[in-house]
Design a protein around this ligand. Sequence first.
Ligand code: SAH
Length: 264
Amino acid sequence: MRIDVLTLFPEMFEGPLSESIIKQAREKGLLKIALTNIRDFAKDRHRTADDCQYGGGSGMVMKPEPIFEALENVLAPPSADTVAGGPTPEPIEAGTTSEAVVVLLSARGRLLDHALAAELSREPRLVLVCGRYKGVDERVASLATHEVSIGDYVLTGGELAAMVLIDAVVRFVPGVLGDIESAETDSFFEGILGPPSYTRPEEYRGMSVPDVLVSGHHEMIRRWRRKEALKATRERRPELLERVRLSDEDEELLAEIDVEENTI
Ligand code: SAH
């Protein structure tokens, strides 16, 4: 998978994308990340990438031209690693960004969740556009195939949101996670929260690991984990339970939880 990021602050990406699992994915060739500084496509002497808002009001808005041109540059065939100063790419028309999935990070976008991360992970190529200040000129949205928000709060820029998206998406790319980190036992994989995890020591500051986990009884452990996952989901995120298809065993486990909690 190749991910291009268009940003005014490419250096912000250095740390998070150069450690641990993402670093290994890049080294294994499963992931290629190319950063483009939008400012390189600002034409004037001061390399201006933002301007005042039409209609007045505080806050600067990112100008459309440098973003359109940066995007044209990364999408230009043969895209390879062309940067500012390379061959002049064809202008792209609004709404026709060829095959590439272009994601505009925006507080006004669709909320990022497990399903969207999994969907995006199946794309061979993503281009992420990071806003700053008051946001990007709305005409940039016409180039995007997706507008994505990472939560109902406002960040100072799209960079951290882009890194969150990259991290969540890359976990789904085959080969990125080893068996040990397997996504299949994590929260949301089956639409509910995951169970709690423990490691050594078995007893710490008076708190013990649940007996079943040290019993060596695989079937009991599987059942216990499922039950704890259902219990946590019902307590913390009851709305998730309403959206999943529960098996007969799940219903049984929920009934057991009811009895234990004395709620019936
Ligand atoms: N005026 C905008 C906020 C701009 S914040 C509004 O009212 O929605 C500046 C930039 O930060 C945005 O362009 C976007 O790229 C990024 N950003 C802010 N909050 C975000 C969020 N929750 N998810 C994704 N990106 C976000």
